[in-house]
Design a protein around this ligand. Sequence first.
Ligand SMILES: [Zn+2]
Length: 206
Amino acid sequence: MMKQTRPPTPEYLREHYKAWGHRYADRRSQDSNAAFYWPTIGGDKVNVLLTADLEHITQHHCAYCDRNDFGATIDHFRPKSRFPRLAFAWPNLFLCCNECQQAKATNFDNRLPEGTTFDKRLLKPDTQDYTFQRYFIVNFDTGIIDVNPAATDEEKERTEITIHVFELNKPRRKTARKLMIKLMFELMRRSEDLPLDDLPYRFLYD
Ligand SMILES: [Zn+2]
């Protein structure tokens, strides 16, 4: 999870996101199974416009696991089922791979301390004071992402929840990072420049 700097709300959202959110919330209040759909504006689907803008922020990497070889989806950080009014709110939208999206949906609300809510604990990569190094470490032998032992207790707890919710240490994901670490060392051994933005898991080189 690399730090993100989010530009101001795009114009096509700024004028409409509240009305669209209200409309979706109203529909859900009448029917909890009401389908979600992205509106069209000026002939363009909003999700197509959004995906392009979110890809620009992350250079086509998943906002959570940082892989860059996926079909992009848009994640609602605060799930639209619980926060329908935020369904079109710019700070709530992240570029996401299918794997992170599914893991987040599955693990929603698991392992949370009493009286807290999931979205307040999960690390958010566009928070001003967020850095990967503050919260995480990577084991270069195994590819495992772990909690930074130097973090505060609260930070450690949030990191653990984030690793759990996105299933960042699933076997296939560890292996993918381990391979990338080997490739990175090989490129460095050959004194080749690392094409940083083109490689997945940029936090390995950061
Ligand atoms: Zn991902």
